[in-house]
Design a protein around this ligand. Structure first.
Ligand code: GEK
Ligand code: PPY
Length: 271
C-alpha cells in the first residue's frame, strides 16, 4: 500500500477515535427515562461528562472562563496564592497555568478545592498534560467552608456559591475577604434571579431556549430542573452584590451578565 494511503487511513482512524471519545463524554445524565429523579450530585457520572455539561448548560462558559483568567492574571500578586473554590475538572486552573506561563510568572501557588473526589481526579488528569512545577499546584478534595484562605491575591468561585447553603454564604465570603491581600479580588459567577418575577420568568425562558439549542430535550431540561431544586439556590442579583459589600468588599461590579447568569468582581481595596 502506498504511503499516502496509509497516512489517509491513519488520519481517518484518528478522527473516528476522537468522535468516539467525545461521544462517550457527552452529557446524558438526565436522558434516562427512569421516572425517579434524585437530587443533583457531583458524582462519578457527572464528573465524567462535566466539561460537555458545562459548555452546553452554562451560557458563554468559555468566554467567562477566559475573562476570569484574564482578570485573575491582572490582579495576581507575585508570590501570592490563587484559590479556585469548587474547581470541578480544573478548566480554570489549566487556563491560569497557561496564562501565568505566557506572562513568565513562576512564583505562584494555586490551590483548587472541590468536595467531589471524581471531580478532583478529572482536574488532576487535565493539568497533568501541562508542564509546571509540581509543588506549585495543589488540587484537594475538601469543603470550601472548612478551607483556610491565606495570602491570596485571587479567589475564584465560578458557579459554586449557588450550591452553598444560603445561611453559610456570609461567613464564607467574610473568610475570603479576610484571607485576601489588599488589592486582591474575588471573582464569582452564578445563576441569579432578577428583582421582578416577571422578568426572571422571561430570562429563565431564554435560558431554557439556549439549552434546547444546545441539544437538550424537554425531558432532560425538566428532569434537571427538578434535580436542582433546593440544591442550586440562586440569589437575586442585587442581593448577591449586597452580600459582597456587607462582607467588606469596597468595590463590587459585574464583569459579565447574560439573562439569569452573572459574574461579579469584588475588590479588597488597599490600606
Ligand atoms: N462545599 C463545597 N466545597 C467544595 N466544593 C463544592 C462544595 N459544594 C459544591 N462544590 C463543588 O462545586 C462545583 C460546582 S461546578 C463549578 C464549576 C467550575 N468552577 C468551573 O468553572 O468549571 C458548577 C456547576 O456544576 O454548575 C462542583 O464540582 C462541586 O463538587
Ligand atoms: O441551572 C441549570 O439548569 C443548569 O443546568 C446549571 C448547571 C450547570 C452545570 C452543572 C449543574 C448545574
Amino acid at each position: 500500500m502506498k504511503i499516502h494511503k496509509l497516512l489517509y487511513l491513519y488520519l481517518m482512524l484518528e478522527k473516528f477515535l476522537e468522535k468516539v471519545l467525545v461521544l462517550s463524554r457527552k452529557d446524558k445524565v438526565f436522558e434516562d427515562t427512569n421516572p425517579i429523579v434524585r437530587a443533583f450530585e457531583f458524582n462519578e457520572n457527572v464528573a465524567h461528562v462535566f466539561d460537555d455539561m458545562a459548555q452546553r448548560s452554562i451560557p458563554h462558559y468559555r468566554d467567562v472562563q477566559s475573562m476570569a483568567a484574564t482578570l485573575a492574571l491582572t490582579f495576581y500578586q507575585e508570590g501570592s496564592r490563587i484559590y479556585d473554590l469548587g474547581c470541578s475538572t480544573g478548566t480554570t486552573i489549566a487556563l491560569l497555568l497557561n496564562g501565568l506561563k505566557d506572562h513568565n510568572l513562576s512564583n505562584y501557588y494555586i490551590k483548587g478545592i472541590d468536595s467531589s473526589a471524581p471531580m478532583c481526579r478529572e482536574a488532576i488528569e487535565k493539568i497533568s498534560s501541562i508542564d509546571y512545577e509540581k509543588d506549585r499546584i495543589l488540587i484537594e478534595e475538601g469543603d470550601i467552608l472548612e478551607e483556610p484562605i491565606e495570602n491570596a491575591s485571587v479567589v475564584i468561585m465560578n458557579y459554586t456559591l449557588q450550591f452553598i447553603d444560603p445561611l453559610k454564604r456570609e461567613n464564607l465570603i467574610k473568610k475570603i475577604y479576610r484571607g485576601l491581600n489588599h488589592n486582591g479580588i474575588l471573582l464569582v459567577s452564578d445563576k441569579t434571579l432578577q428583582s421582578h418575577t416577571d422578568i426572571s420568568r422571561i430570562f429563565v425562558d431564554n435560558y431554557y431556549n439556549l439549552k434546547r439549542k444546545n441539544g437538550y430535550s424537554e425531558l432532560e431540561i425538566s428532569r434537571k430542573r427538578e434535580a436542582l431544586e433546593n440544591v442550586l439556590i440562586p440569589y437575586p442579583i442585587r442581593e448577591e452584590e449586597e452580600l459582597f459589600r456587607i462582607c467588606g468588599f469596597e468595590a463590587v461590579d459585574l464583569f459579565y451578565s447574560w439573562y439569569n447568569f452573572s459574574s461579579f468582581i469584588c475588590l479588597k481595596k488597599g490600606q
